[in-house]
Design a protein around this ligand. Structure first.
Ligand code: ZN
Length: 418
C-alpha cells in the first residue's frame, strides 16, 4: 500500500493519511499499491494450499491478517451452474457462493479487512451502518477477535440479520428511519465517541476486502477471465471491489484482459443504474469524474440488502461499470422474488433477494440478447436465503399440510400428478 487516490478528483494522499474522505473534495478514497513491488511477492500464488481470505496477502493493506482472525473468511466455492445456465441456453454459467462465509454474506470480506485495520491503529470499538448484512458481519468478525461492535440498522431490517448481530454480542441500534438515516447517524455518533467506522463506501478498507472475491474467481478458473460478472448493488461497494480486484490482477500482469462488471439493482432502488444510463446517453469517452453526481432515489424494495437512497460508493461503482463496458440492469421486485426459488431449484444454492437479482439479470439479458450462449458468466451470490426467509416464502409458497396417513400422501400425489 502506498497511499490513497480520490475516486472523484484524483487527488493523492500518502499512506500515513488517517482520515477516510478526500480532503480536497470530500470524495471517497481508493487505496493504491506499488504493483512493481507486489510482482516480486506473488510467486507461488497459484499453488494448492488451504485457502482463506488472506492467501492473497501481497494485495492487502493490513498487517499479518492470517495470524489475527481465526475465522475462515472467503475461499468460497465457484460452482458451474449447468442446469441453471441451460434453462436460459447458457453454457458457461457460474455461481460464486458467498453465502458460505461465516455470517453467510459477502460482507465478511470487508469486515475482516476493516477489523484488521482497526487493530493496526489500536481501535477498540468499531461501528457500522447497515441494511442488515454488514451489521451481522461486523458483529461476527468482531466477536471472533474480541472487539466491541456498534451496529446501526433501519428498524425494518430482517429479523434474522438483527438476531445474528445480537447473538454475536453487538450493540444493535435499530434506527427509526431508513438505511440512509442509519448511515448518517453512524457517521455522527462515530465522530462523537471516537469509534472506528466500518461503514461501506465511506471506509476505503471495505473495498480492499471485497476485491478478494475477484482473485478467488480468477484462481478457481485457472487464470481464465470471465466475460462478465454480475454483482448485486446497493451502495456499490461490492461492485467497485470486484473491479478493483481485477485491476490489481492486471496491474501485476496476472491477467491481460478485464471482465465486464454488470450491476444489478432493484427498479425501485436504482441510483447507480440510472446514473450509468444517463451518462451513456452522452459521450463517456472523456468524462470528468469530479463533475459526475449520483442522483438520489427513494428506495422501496423487497431486496433489503440493496435498498439504498444514496449509494455511498456510487461513483466508484459507476466508473467501474462504464470503464469495464458492463451493463446496468434494473429488475422489478416481483422478478427478484421469482428468481429465489428458480436459482435454488436449479443449482442448490439458496439466495436472499439481493443475491437472486443477478439471476434475474441474466434472464433479462438473455431476453434482450445482450448476452451470448458461450459467454463465461459469473453471478455473485452475496447472501443466504436464510437471512430473509419471509421473502423466500413469498415466492416458494407453503408446504402441503396432510393427515398422517399413506392415503393422504396418495391423494396428494394424484392431485399433483406426481
Ligand atoms: Zn477528491
Amino acid at each position: 500500500m502506498i497511499g490513497y487516490r480520490c475516486v472523484s478528483c484524483s487527488d493523492v494522499q500518502n499512506e500515513k493519511f488517517a482520515d477516510f474522505l478526500c480532503p480536497s473534495c470530500g470524495g471517497n478514497l481508493d487505496i493504491s499499491y506499488d504493483y512493481k513491488a507486489i510482482v516480486g511477492d506473488i510467486e507461488g500464488l497459484k499453488i494448492d494450499r488451504p485457502r482463506n481470505l488472506f492467501s492473497f496477502a501481497p494485495f492487502l493493506p493490513v498487517n499479518k491478517p492470517n495470524e489475527r482472525l481465526p475465522l475462515r473468511i472467503g475461499a468460497t466455492p465457484l460452482y458451474a451452474a449447468n442446469r441453471l445456465g441451460e434453462s436460459q441456453g447458457l453454457r458457461n454459467l457460474y455461481l460464486k457462493d458467498d453465502t458460505l462465509n461465516p455470517s453467510a454474506s459477502s460482507k465478511d470480506r470487508a469486515s475482516a479487512i476493516a477489523i484488521c485495520r482497526a487493530m493496526d491503529i489500536g481501535a477498540q470499538t468499531i461501528s457500522v451502518a447497515s441494511t442488515g448484512n454488514a451489521g451481522s458481519s461486523l458483529a461476527c468478525v468482531a466477536a471472533a477477535v474480541g472487539l466491541r461492535a456498534v451496529v446501526f440498522v433501519p428498524e425494518s431490517a430482517p429479523v434474522a440479520k438483527l438476531t445474528q448481530a445480537l447473538s454475536f454480542g453487538a450493540t444493535v441500534l435499530a434506527v427509526r428511519g431508513n438505511y440512509d438515516d442509519a448511515f448518517d447517524l453512524c457517521l455522527a455518533a462515530s465522530a462523537e465517541f471516537g469509534w472506528f467506522n466500518r461503514s461501506t463506501g465511506y471506509n476505503p478498507f471495505t473495498r480492499e476486502g471485497k476485491k478478494i472475491c475477484a482473485y478467488e474467481i480468477w484462481e478457481a478458473l485457472d487464470g481464465r477471465v470471465p466475460d462478465r460478472i454480475i454483482v448485486p448493488s446497493g451502495d456499490g461497494n461490492l461492485l467497485s471491489g470486484m473491479w478493483k480486484g481485477w485491476c490489481d490482477l492486471k496491474g501485476v500482469g496476472l491477467v491481460d484482459r478485464m471482465p465486464k462488471i454488470d450491476c444489478v439493482q432493484s427498479e425501485s432502488s436504482a441510483a447507480i443504474s440510472n446514473t450509468v444510463h444517463k451518462l451513456r446517453s452522452g459521450n463517456v469517452a472523456d468524462l470528468d469524474w469530479s463533475k459526475v453526481t449520483i442522483e438520489e432515489v427513494k428506495a422501496n424494495t423487497v431486496a433489503d440488502s440493496i435498498a439504498v437512497d444514496r449509494p455511498r460508493d456510487g461513483l466508484a461503482a459507476v466508473r467501474a461499470i462504464i470503464e469495464s463496458g458492463g451493463e446496468a440492469i434494473s429488475i422489478p421486485d416481483e422478478d427478484i422474488l421469482t428468481a429465489i426459488p428458480e436459482m435454488a431449484k436449479l443449482s442448490g444454492v439458496f439466495p436472499e433477494p439481493a443475491a437472486a437479482a443477478p439471476w434475474a439479470a441474466v434472464k433479462q439479458m438473455v431476453s434482450a440478447k445482450t448476452i451470448e450462449a458461450d459467454e463465461l458468466v459469473v453471478c455473485l451470490v452475496s447472501g443466504s436465503g436464510l437471512k430473509d426467509v419471509g421473502s423466500a416464502q413469498r415466492a416458494a409458497g407453503e408446504p402441503l399440510v396432510i393427515d398422517p396417513s399413506v392415503d393422504a400422501v396418495r391423494d396428494v400425489l394424484r392431485r399433483r400428478s406426481l
